[in-house]
Design a protein around this ligand. Structure first.
Ligand code: ADP
Length: 489
């Protein structure tokens, strides 16, 4: 057996990636699918289009590389989380479009249930928000009495994208999800590891809809033989951020990874204990393997790479995102400029949705380069805010930060991050850490890799950014703290 096939079912595209025994990426198949915006703040996908593009991506990656399916030891799945699909168990047809994690239509349902927010938080580790699957399921059931009746009669199935794809891959034989995806539904008690009756009652969701919950790394079944010639075992499942945490080998309490894309997604391993945050960060399941459940704290920055896009598209300060590095390097320091990146409020740990952005400290000497540099610092400062708070919540000191995502190509940004955290920032060779995590889960379950020690031997660093002491960093931090306080007051 030569390969593990990772399925990366993302928000805008379906991808299939083959990894070899050394964790090298051998080939990628990728197909985008349409996004539907039927009303303001609504976002939908067509579940059949997710399936068709996924199938195409898998077939493509196998065919274009002339890989025999017999050479594939197992398949692992990672997915956009929270996106909600309900389908008919008999026909396999969805009863509604998939409601995507970004969709805000259920904000009013959350508001109406606000008196129970603490119950949801205590049991699920989540804030009661439209982001998660629970209220999306309720919305679909409430949208049509016939759908509700069929759900109560056990004729329908709910699943996140992992569940849906496994159902399709196994020709309707298996209805399952893993603990990480279950932990994003608002229905799953992350402490006793059960679907929770009280929460199901609060949201008026029949238990008959729900998938069986399995660990992130075990054989759950095999693909139906007609699909790819030979049946392939399915043996790894995890939501995208959790898969990336494992793909970055953040295996110990305090290990933390940050993904720098449009926003930043930061997640810290807290070990076998669920830690409640004092700063409204989410408590979630990191993964479950060999009977052990690892928990994590998760926090996000809404505007990160988006700040670079704003400088490119709105101010036309640069013509492409990577250009910001050279521009920021054209000056030695920020020249006293601070960029408050509150383009859509400020999230954790400030939680002020109304505050707007600002560029502060401008003088006659301010150049474009200073603004570019302040923008990169803003991305690193917001990430620092979150990581420092997580460290306090978790009560463990982190030793280094693992990074991935498009903006990590920016060496200056990575160096600024290391300087601000006073910790090493480690960028891996494989940038596809999410898919790699799914492959690791799948490969461990079938003995393709023996254990985590073996994974450590194949995981390769691209570059380590070591913190350098300099007075500009201290000044940047002092100005940031003063000015954020000012803008929030
Ligand atoms: P997403 O998955 O959110 O689409 P990606 O991981 O593809 O994000 O990263 C794209 C984001 O990273 C964009 O917001 C872009 O502005 C930013 N970006 C890309 N390259 C650089 C760079 N060299 N320096 C800073 N930001 C960058």
């Amino acid at each position: 057996m030569k390969y593990i096939l990772a399925i990366d079912a993302g928000t805008t595209s379906s991808r299939a990636i083959l990894f070899d025994h050394q964790g090298n990426q051998k080939a990628v198949g990728q197909h985008e699918f349409p996004q539907y915006f039927p009303q303001e703040s609504w976002v939908e996908h067509d579940a059949n289009e997710i399936w068709e593009t996924q199938l195409k991506a898998i077939r493509e990656v196998i065919a274009t590389n002339s890989v025999s399916t017999e050479a594939i030891a197992a398949m692992g799945i990672t997915n956009q989380r929270e996106t909600t699909i309900i389908w008919d168990r008999a026909t396999g047809e969805p009863v509604h479009k998939a409601i995507v994690w970004q969709d805000r239509r259920t904000a009013s349902i959350c508001k109406a249930l606000n008196a129970h927010a603490e119950t949801f938080l205590n049991k699920t580790g989540l804030v009661l928000d439209a982001y998660f699957s629970g209220t999306k399921i309720k919305w679909i059931l409430d949208s049509d009495p016939n759908i509700r009746k069929r759900a109560e009669a056990g004729e329908l199935a709910f699943g996140t994208v992992d569940s849906w794809l496994i159902w399709k891959l196994t020709d309707g034989k298996i209805h399952t999800t893993d603990v990480t995806n279950a932990s994003r539904t608002l229905l799953y008690n992350i402490h006793n590891l059960q679907w929770d009756e009280e929460l199901l009652n609060l949201l008026d969701i029949p238990a008959a809809l729900l998938p069986k919950v399995v660990s992130s790394s075990e054989v759950v079944g095999e693909t139906s033989a007609e699909l790819f010639g030979t049946a392939i075992p399915i043996s790894g499942i995890a939501g995208d951020q959790q898969a990336a945490l494992f793909g970055q080998l953040c295996l110990h309490p305090g290990d933390v990874k940050n993904t720098y894309g449009t926003g930043c997604f930061c997640i810290m391993n807290t070990g076998e204990k669920a830690v409640a945050s004092k700063n409204k960060m989410l408590t979630t399941i990191g993964w479950q393997r060999n009977g052990k459940t690892f928990y994590a704290l998760e926090g996000s920055v809404f505007i990160a790479g988006a700040l670079v896009q704003w400088l490119r598209d709105q101010l036309q300060l640069i013509s492409s995102a990577p250009e910001i590095e050279a521009l920021a390097k054209s000056v030695e320091h920020n020249g006293g400029v601070t960029f408050i990146p509150a383009l859509s409020g400020l999230g954790a740990p400030y939680w002020d949705p109304e505050v707007t952005g600002a560029i502060m400290g401008i003088t006659r000497g301010t150049e474009k380069g200073h603004i570019a540099r302040a923008a990169l610092e803003a991305i690193a400062l917001r990430s620092r805010d979150i990581i420092i708070e997580m460290q306090k919540d978790a009560g463990v000191e982190f030793s280094s930060l693992k990074v991935d995502g498009g903006a990590t190509e920016n060496n200056l940004l990575m160096q600024i991050q290391a300087d601000l955290l006073k910790k090493q920032v480690i960028r891996p060779k494989t940038t596809e850490t999410t898919a790699l995590g799914a492959a690791f889960f799948a490969g461990l379950a079938v003995g393709f890799w023996k254990d985590e020690n073996e994974l450590q031997t194949i995981w390769k660093e691209d570059r380590v950014f070591s913190p350098e002491e300099n007075m500009h960093t201290e000044r940047c931090l002092a100005l940031w703290e003063k000015r954020v306080t000012k803008i929030l007051s």
